[in-house]
Design a protein around this ligand. Structure first.
Ligand SMILES: *Cc1c(COP(=O)(O)O)cnc(C)c1O
Length: 360
């Protein structure tokens, strides 16, 4: 008798993971998952705690209180916003709702590692367009891969893991040239960390575009990765489409309460983003001075496209107590943390560069 087997195309995929064994002790500097170095504020923790008293009840059916708060803040209707257990759930819902077996989902690659898993999960066909030499999204390469079967374009801006961002002119050009029949999922998980003036806020710029859905998350800038809350803003018909595959009660009561409390802390967010961006600048400058190929990262991580040297570099960081994300053969992604993290990274990077220069 044969035992249950997952679909063959799923067995071929690389599972999502940090690259470390699950039972390994966490390194002293946890810089592999783009988490915030700042814990949630006392007010956020208190709001989540109060909501725990009600967890014998189901939470809001589609997350109404948070939807209303986001709608008010961004001047949208409640039918233009969806929330879910992390924005990764929204990506999955959009892909499943808009692409079926044999349909093509286009994306730049390398990009967010969850995308191929989600595409395969929907039995859709993944079409990957290479990045530019500077590790950015290549608009022409994407346009060249559109076919009549393209249903969805997954676009991460700034891109994870390279940190490079498309500016307004390039993004406008891409969005204008993609047929209206193709759903563009603009994943702005790192929008709050952008400092380049020419990188648009996609939620504002592309409002009214009938085929653009913008995703945001509370996991990164808002320090709530562990509670799993993401949101989508899109024209009402697109939100209606994703709701057709969304599970009921997508966000727990404590998570809803925490997200609403975090959303109200504008001052704290600004302070934290300024500190984070300062650390990023420090890290970029220090790595560049070592001769490492750091670009112009616009998210809360830096990317070193080291190619064949990537795995050795990541191993050297780990030996120094620093967990980074290794993409063997491609590069190393290092999350920006606090000042102590920056110092540790720069010290370990300098030591690794020294051993690289020493002939063996
Ligand atoms: C971290 C990240 C997300 C957010 O995931 P959540 O499910 O909201 O925690 C989405 N997209 C990209 C590209 C990311 O890096």
């Amino acid at each position: 008798m044969t035992l249950p087997r997952p679909r063959a195309e799923l067995l071929a995929l690389t599972p999502y993971g940090s690259g470390r064994p699950a039972d390994a002790a966490p390194p002293r500097h946890r810089l592999s998952s783009n988490e915030s170095p700042f814990p949630p504020s006392d007010a956020v923790v208190a709001a989540a705690g109060r909501a725990l008293h009600d967890v014998h009840r189901y939470p809001a059916l589609v997350g109404e209180p948070l939807i209303d708060a986001l709608a008010a803040r961004h001047g949208r209707g409640r039918d233009e916003i969806a929330v879910a257990s992390g924005s990764v759930a929204l990506i999955e819902q959009l892909v499943r709702a808009y692409a079926g077996p044999g349909d093509e989902v286009l994306m730049p690659w390398r990009s967010y590692e969850a995308y191929p898993l989600i595409i395969a999960g929907a039995s859709a066909r993944e079409v990957a367009a290479p990045l530019t030499a500077a590790q950015g999204i290549d608009v022409d390469a994407l346009l060249a891969r559109l076919t009549p079967r393209t249903r969805v374009l997954l676009l991460c801006n700034p891109n994870n893991p390279t940190g490079e961002a498309l500016g307004t002119a390039a993004l406008d050009a891409l969005i204008e040239r993609v047929p209206r029949s193709v759903l563009i999922v603009l994943d702005e998980a790192y929008r709050e960390f952008v400092t380049r003036a020419d990188v648009p806020d996609g939620a504002e710029r592309y409002r009214g575009h009938a085929n653009v859905a913008v995703l945001r998350t509370f996991s990164k800038a808002y320090s709530l990765a562990g509670l799993r809350v993401g949101w989508c803003v899109a024209p009402a018909p697109l939100v209606d489409g994703l709701r057709r595959v969304a599970p009921p009660f997508p966000v727990s009561g404590p998570a809803l309460a925490a997200a609403m409390a975090a959303l109200a802390e504008d001052g704290l967010l600004a302070t934290r983003m300024a500190a984070l961006v300062g650390e990023r600048r420090h890290l970029v400058r220090g790595l560049a001075e070592l001769g490492l190929p750091v670009g112009d990262p616009q998210a809360n991580f830096v990317w070193l496209p080291l190619g064949e040297r990537a795995a050795a570099c990541a191993a050297a960081f780990l030996a120094a107590g620093i967990g980074v994300r290794s993409f063997p053969g491609e590069g190393v992604r290092i999350t920006v943390g606090d000042a102590g993290d920056t110092q540790a990274v720069l010290r370990a990077a300098a030591a690794w560069c020294d051993t690289e220069r020493t002939p063996r």
